[in-house]
Design a protein around this ligand. Sequence first.
Ligand code: DAH
Length: 332
Amino acid sequence: MSVLVEKMEAALEQSLEQLAAAGSAADIEQVKNSMLGRQGFLPAAMKELRDVPPEEKPQVGKAANIIKLKFTQALQDKTEALASADAQSNAIDVTMPPRRRYSGHKHPISQTIDDCVKIFRRMGFVTVEGPEIEDEYHNFDALNTPADHPSRDSQDTFYLLDGMLLRTQTSPVQIRVMEKQDPPVRIICPGRCFRKDAPDATHSMNFSQIEGLYINKNVSIADLKGTLLTFAKEMFGDKVQIRLRPHFFPFTEPSIECDVLFRNFKGGEDKWLEIAGAGMVDPNVLKNVGYDPEIYTGFAFGMGIERMAMLKYEIPDIRHLYNNDTRFLHQF
Ligand code: DAH
C-alpha cells in the first residue's frame, strides 16, 4: 500500500483519539484545524498527492476522500454530543423545590385581635372603637377612680398639654357607649393603650387591650364566668380550665382576675396565668352614665392582647412584637 495512504490513516486514527478526548468546543476546533486547517494535515497530503505515480493516483485519491469523510463525520458527531450534554447540564430541574416567596400577612397582634373579635361576636358582642386621646373624665372619673388613685399620677399616665391624656386602658369606651345608648349593651372594644412603663420583657409603653361590657336586667357573675370560660376554651383549646381570684378595680364590685390553667407550660409544669381583669360593673359607674343600678346590672372585663398573643404563640418577650424584625414576623 502507498506510503501516503498509510500516513493518512495514522493521522486519522490520531485525530479520532483527540476528538474522543475533547471536552470543549475549543478542543474540537483545535483538532479540526490540525486536520483541515490551512496548515493542517489533509491540505498538505493533497499536495503530496501530485507526486504520486499516475497509476496509483485514483486509488490514493479515493482513500484520501474516504479519510476526509470519516474525519468530518466524527467531527460533526462530537460537536452534537457536546452541545446536547451542555443543554442537559443547563436544563431546569423541575424536581427542585421552588424558592420561597413571602406574601404579606397580618401582624400577630392584629391576628390575635381578629381571633378575639370572632369569638365574642359569636356570643353576641358588637365591636366598637373609641379615641386614643381621652379626657380625664372618661379615662378616670366616670370609671369611679378616686382623685388620689396612683394610676392618675403623671409618672404613670401620659398627659398632653391641653389637659387631655393618652388613654391608659380601653375602659373609657364603656362610658362613651353607655352615654349614647340605653341598655341592653353588649360590646367589645379592642385598641391601643399607653402607660409610662419602663419597657421590659412583659411591659411596653404602648400596648393593646380588648374591653368587654354587658349590661342588662338580671346579669350575674355566673354570666361573666360563663363568658370568660367560653372565650378561654375557644382561644386556647377545649381542655383549659379557668379560675377567678378576688381583686380590686375602681369600676367593678366585686372585682376579679381570671386565670387560665396552661398544661405543660413551655414544656414544664402546669401553670395558672392571668388573662383578664373583670368584675360586676360598680353601681357608681352605672349612675355616672344615667343607668338605674336598681334595674340594670352588668359585667365588664379587660384583657391584654399582647399577653394573649404571647401565651398563644409562646413569645418570650413583648418587645419582639414591636421591633418589626421580619425574621420574627415571618414565623406567623
Ligand atoms: N382596665 C383594667 C386595666 O387596665 C382592666 C379591666 C379590669 C377592665 C376590670 C375591666 C374590668 O373592664 O372590669 O388593668
